[in-house]
Design a protein around this ligand. Structure first.
Ligand code: SAM
Length: 219
């Protein structure tokens, strides 16, 4: 547990210092999310430390962020504390306590869908998102395009990791920790298939800047 905390702390530092490629991706992501979130009731699944909800919040009618991790919930609460239309709740995305047909738009960014440890059943996640989105509402998951091992991939996207965050390398290279902080980069066809199996329509996948893609569907 202590190692997991250390890992999360390092990742949070890294997230705040992305390379230009990733910065461009964050900008493209914001544009995409804003298109669907403007003036709507929005759910951020696996909200992490509150990015990108902290920017979207000004444009939404209401935004709720959920995360399974205590540290993340604490961070997100802090990041969004000054907004009356924002709420952060500790909740498992695989069994949400919201009623069906609650939100206009639901998103899960930054490869939440590829969290190998906590999201072992991707279909369950999409099914839950489909259940709590309103009819005609939109859901999207955003995930990495590339398919490199996590250690290599961290070096590419987070120069900060180089030298300073040895704990990440140690952590991700230890077989006993495979799962925690080790992410899959799923194939878009597999995600689109899950969307359709969960009853979503108008399913499509689009590029989100240079390094991410988004699969989008309508209930
Ligand atoms: C890579 S972070 C993404 C954070 C944020 N969405 C962002 O874009 O910066 C993935 C997040 O998903 C959360 N998560 C993983 N499985 C979850 C689950 N079953 N329920 C809720 N949150 C989960 C993790 O705790 C983590 O904060």
């Amino acid at each position: 547990m202590e190692e997991k905390c250390k890992y999360i702390k390092e990742i949070l530092k890294a997230i705040n210092r992305p390379l230009p490629k990733l910065k461009k991706t964050f900008e493209a992501e914001f544009k995409l999310l804003l298109k669907y979130a403007k003036d709507k009731k929005v759910l951020d699944v696996g909200c992490g430390s509150g990015r990108p909800a902290d920017k979207l919040v000004k444009h939404c009618k209401e935004i709720v962020g959920i995360d399974i991790d205590n540290q993340m919930v604490k961070k997100a609460k802090k990041a969004l504390s000054k907004f009356k239309n924002a709420k952060i709740i500790k909740m498992d995305a695989l069994s949400m306590s919201f009623q069906s047909n609650t939100f206009d738009f639901i998103y899960a960014t930054y490869n939440v869908i590829g969290s190998r440890d906590e999201i072992q059943d991707k279909k369950k996640l999409i099914k839950e998102m489909q259940r709590v989105v309103k009819k005609q509402g939109i859901i999207t998951v955003i995930y990495w395009k590339n398919n490199k091992p996590t250690t290599e991939f961290l070096k590419i996207y987070y120069p900060y990791v180089e030298g300073k965050s040895k704990s990440i390398y140690r952590f991700t290279s230890r077989a006993s920790y495979v799962g925690i902080g080790v992410f899959e980069r799923p194939a878009p066809s597999s995600i689109e298939k899950l969307f359709r199996e969960c009853g979503l329509k108008k399913v499509k996948t689009v590029d989100v800047g240079p390094v991410w893609r988004a699969t989008i569907g309508t209930k």
